[in-house]
Design a binder for this molecule. Structure first.
Ligand code: ARG
Length: 460
């Protein structure tokens, strides 16, 4: 039987079933790079402080580097009996360089070690996610530029509401992603704190230098309370929470594209590359990628509930329950990254069908709000203008006409405030151009926001 690190106190070995049940090596091997990186910084510090000899740390570091190569070339023997990535690497190190390998765990516990590994891992992944968000944001701004004059109905309740610029609609997506990015950047501040040195939870008797370890690993600060350090998984909760909001946004963007690609809307062509055919209906082109992004949102919400539930009511400090934090974290990283990657590529090939968008604006009394606003600018209280305009819409509908081709004398039947200049405001262009309020759809505003966004992104 293989000897456990805790064998000293035990008379019997772990039951096979318990061993299998508690092992995390199947999934936490993904942390091998961070585990080795952390151990190298740790032993470098131990040698620096004279806690182990320099030649011992050299030997350990050499062994760890070989182990990294073994893992990367698929030659490393992952063993369930050694539970997790920490013990697997430590045991292998001892096999390779002898008992001195056991010094790697001086002044350290797996409780602070796992906290370090996860913080290192998540820091890297959050940065990758932030980069993907940047790429997509740049593309959205570029698409807004390219489609600056195209018009599209603004929908509320999926009913045609008011004319807007497509670029304005695309810049709305930019604003959403900008907030997502800010949430990740903010979360990164709490992730980027060095936990090693908390030991099992009480600190350590050795004269370690935590700030040196932080410096070696590029952490701007170290944690301040050893009990909190090994108890805390807020940084994972925050990450999955920021990811849930991002996924909610991606699901809405996807839904928009799904709707827009139906024959009923026919506003976009998502390209052969990102649609699939039906195995039975030859005419079909399904927006599967967008649908999958929408669908995968559910997994990330599930992961958030998982981690919150694991942590709820846990006594201080480390408890083995916390080993269950890894799979939701990994799954969230994988899901978010793959969705962002697909969306990013989709935005490269998407084509907006300006003509069809325009057609959707030509009917449906889309500038009715502009008629009401016109009356109110001439002094009528808006509630009343709304009612009068409602009657005009009813009249036009009955006659099978649109607002733009009712004669001024017909408008005047409803109110004597109407004048010829009404028509300047109820064309599509007139309607859009008169929405000059800050953040509105007038072209001048949108151009300004595009310029501002380009500047914002250069600071990202
Ligand atoms: N594999 C463990 C985890 O993921 C590492 C920490 C284990 N600590 C312990 N005392 N059993 O949480």
């Amino acid at each position: 039987m293989i000897k456990k690190p805790w064998a000293g106190r035990f008379k019997k070995g772990t039951h096979k079933v318990a061993e299998k049940f508690s092992a995390s090596i199947d999934f936490d091997q993904r942390l091998y790079k961070e585990d080795i990186q952390g151990s190298i910084a740790h032993v470098t510090m131990l040698a620096e402080k004279g806690i182990i000899l320099k030649k011992e740390s050299d030997k350990i570091i050499k062994g760890l580097k070989q182990i990294k190569k073994e893992i990367e070339s698929g030659k490393f023997p992952f063993r369930e009996e050694f539970e997790d990535i920490h013990l697997n690497i430590e045991k292998r190190l001892i096999e390779k360089i002898g008992d001195v390998g056991g010094k790697i765990h001086t002044a350290r516990s797996r409780n602070d070690q796992i906290a370090l590994d996860m913080r290192l891992y998540l820091r890297g992944k959050i940065n990758e996610i932030i980069t993907l968000i940047k790429t997509i944001s740049e593309r959205l701004v570029e698409l807004s530029d390219e489609n600056i004059d195209a018009m599209i109905p603004l929908y509320t309740h999926i009913q045609r509401g008011q004319p807007v610029l497509l670029s304005h609609q695309l810049m709305a997506l930019y604003e959403m992603l900008k907030r997502d990015r800010a949430r990740y950047v903010d979360c990164l501040q709490r992730v980027n704190v060095m936990p090693l040195g908390a030991g099992a939870g009480a600190g350590t008797t050795f004269p370690i230098d935590r700030k040196l370890v932080a410096k070696l690993l590029g952490f701007p600060e170290v944690t301040k309370n050893s009990i909190d350090t090994v108890s805390d998984r807020d940084f994972i909760i925050e990450f999955i929470s920021a990811s849930s909001t991002l996924m909610m946004h991606l699901s809405r963007i996807s839904e928009e594209f799904v709707l827009w690609s139906t024959k009923e809307f026919d506003f976009v062509d998502m390209g052969d590359e990102f649609t699939t055919g039906s195995s039975i209906m030859p005419q079909k082109r399904n927006p599967d990628m967008a649908e999958l992004i929408r669908g995968k949102t559910g997994r990330v919400y599930g992961n958030l509930v998982t981690i919150l539930t694991i942590m709820k009511g846990l006594p201080f400090s480390y408890n083995r329950d916390m080993q269950e934090d890894k799979e939701p974290m990994f799954d969230t990283v994988d899901t978010v990254k793959s969705c962002l990657e697909v969306l990013s590529e989709m935005l490269q090939v998407i084509v907006f069908k300006h003509e069809n968008m325009k057609r959707a604006l030509d009917e449906g009394f889309i500038t009715a709000t502009d008629v009401a606003d016109y009356l109110s600018r001439k002094g009528m209280p808006f509630r009343q203008s709304h009612e009068v305009t409602g009657k005009i819409v009813g009249y036009a509908e009955e006659k099978g006409r649109e607002l733009l081709n009712l004669h001024i004398s017909e408008y005047q039947m409803f109110s004597n405030l109407f004048d010829e200049d009404l028509y300047d405001f109820i064309t599509l262009n007139g309607s859009i151009e008169s929405r000059k309020s800050y953040g509105g759809t007038a072209k001048k505003n949108v151009v300004k926001m595009i310029k501002l966004a380009k500047k914002e992104i250069t600071d990202w």
